[in-house]
Design a binder for this molecule. Structure first.
Ligand SMILES: Cc1cc2nc3c(=O)[nH]c(=O)nc-3n(C[C@H](O)[C@H](O)[C@H](O)COP(=O)(O)OP(=O)(O)OC[C@H]3O[C@@H](n4cnc5c(N)ncnc54)[C@H](O)[C@@H]3O)c2cc1C
Length: 120
């Protein structure tokens, strides 16, 4: 199917994921790995070639789902490792690849509004 085609489908629940990529200025730079993400070590979050470069978040080439929840765990790890690197100490933190993406479903619609229940 190409982008100009229109197709109708019946569904009960639809989960659409558009193509994802890092921004062009990363994809087209020496910072990127073959897939276009910032080429970081998955433990330390330090760039594999440039020791003064660190990356977290959606642009980072990490084997985990790209979520804010993942960033919440990446942030303390990268801060601890950057501080250690600046003090010439061994890197203490290992990002454990934690991520999470809760799905919300309609649980109860009432006069006071809609309540949502988090599903694992
Ligand atoms: C619809 C949707 C729902 C989501 N829901 C959840 C959720 O429920 N829970 C969860 O944990 N995660 C969720 N996420 C994922 C979460 O939003 C992302 O993982 C997170 O925002 C990534 O943060 P980031 O800082 O790495 O990148 P971004 O938030 O994308 O920030 C990158 C920033 O860089 C800027 N930028 C880009 N190019 C340039 C440039 N050339 N110069 C300067 N600035 C530039 C952009 O404008 C942007 O502000 C959701 C994402 C989407 C799209």
């Amino acid at each position: 199917m190409n982008k100009d085609e229109v197709k109708w489908v019946d569904y009960d629940m639809l989960h659409v994921t558009p193509p994802q990529s890092a921004p062009d200025f990363i994809k087209q730079s020496p910072l990127a790995n073959a897939a276009g993400w910032v080429d970081v070590d998955k433990h330390s979050l330090r760039h594999v070639k440039y020791s003064n470069v660190w990356s977290i978040g959606d642009a980072a080439g990490l084997p985990t789902s790209k979520t804010g929840a993942a960033i919440r765990k990446q942030t303390p790890a990268v801060v601890a490792n950057m501080l250690a690197a600046m003090a010439n100490r061994p890197l203490p933190a290992d990002y454990n690849r934690y991520t999470s993406c809760p799905l919300m479903r309609l649980w109860q619609a009432g006069a006071r509004g809609i309540r949502l229940q988090q599903q694992p």
